[in-house]
Design a protein around this ligand. Structure first.
Ligand code: BV8
Ligand code: ZN
Length: 236
């Protein structure tokens, strides 16, 4: 911890990559923990274009369940510490795999969303995206512009991530001198390999997680503990 605090003090450009673990203390179920189940479906089986094509009502019921669950939840001290870092460092890039919008609600202004945002919807016909906070949405919500079926504006398994977002992320990974990888099981690609990529480009990379991940031994520091407890101590 002291080594990391010292490194942070000298850092010019910090990149933070977050996963579901940073929202766990806000009450958001993680993907691969027990929370990854809904009506005995695994999240990974529902978060796919095939599932949506086969049964859009079921997939919308899954996202409506998550929207209902997320609505009353709020950011935790881990989110707020990351918002403080954005104000603290000369350059700070926040990259998240989460779709829960809690970083923005904690005050982070520049959030690179790798997997989209649960409060945005996108028309499957005219591709217009809009924020839609209705909870729940109609069973099969339709586009106000063209009447087409709306989908959640999130990246499903097997779908490409936004190339412009990825370009900004990799530019940050190449130029940062310190990277924090926080609350991710490092299973889902391409996010899972970003820590190693930054390290290959000279960054000091620290992992913060309740437990070790497949990358822990290849990074510079692995801090075991809760993000909501460790992150505030890094900015105190
Ligand atoms: C792509 C949005 C290519 C939706 C998500 C084999 C077969 C098929 C596909 C693949 C394959 N191998 C690789 C792939 C590609 C696939 C993939 O990686 N699959 C995995 C399952 C193997 N990836 C993709 O499909 C990606 N797209 O590759 O496209 C392409 C290119 C060009 C053209 C076409 C295609 C798209 C992936 C995006 C999927 N969408 N979310 C939704 O949310 O509904 S991913 C989903 O998992 C969430 O975003 C989540 O954030 C993410 C990763 O999970 P984690 O965040 O790590 O969460 P998890 O629960 O796993 O872990 C929590 C961690 O926190 C744990 O380590 C825990 O210890 C820790 N923790 C818990 N509490 C705390 C804590 N830490 C600290 N403090 C705490 N309190
Ligand atoms: Zn439309």
């Amino acid at each position: 911890m002291t080594q990391l605090k010292e490194r942070l003090r000298q850092a010019h450009h910090v990149v933070a990559l977050t996963g579901a673990g940073v929202s766990a203390e806000s009450g958001v179920p993680t993907f691969r923990g027990e929370g990854g189940l809904w009506r005995s479906h695994r999240a990974v089986d529902l978060a796919t274009p095939e599932a949506f094509a086969r049964d859009p009502r079921l997939v919308w019921a899954f996202y409506n369940w998550r929207r209902e669950l997320l609505g009353p939840l709020s950011p935790n001290p881990g989110h707020r510490a990351l918002a403080a870092m954005e104000r603290r460092f000369p350059r700070f890039t926040l990259v998240t795999q989460n779709i829960d919008n809690l970083h923005q609600e904690a005050g982070s202004r520049n959030v690179l969303e790798l997997h989209g945002n649960i409060w945005r919807v996108r028309c499957t016909r005219c591709a217009v995206t809009s924020e839609d906070r209705r909870v729940p949405l109609p069973e099969l919500p339709t586009c106000g512009v063209c009447g087409g079926l709306l989908r959640p504006d999130v990246v499903w398994f097997g779908e490409a991530l936004d190339p412009e977002v990825l370009e900004r992320v990799y530019e940050g990974l190449r130029s940062c001198d310190l990277m924090l990888v926080i609350g991710t099981s490092a299973v889902v690609q391409p996010a899972a390999s970003m820590g190693l990529y930054a390290r290959k480009h000279g960054a000091f990379v620290a992992e913060i997680n309740l437990e070790p991940t497949p990358f822990s031994s290849m990074l510079d520091v692995s801090l075991l503990g809760k993000a909501g407890e460790i992150l505030p101590r890094l900015v105190e």
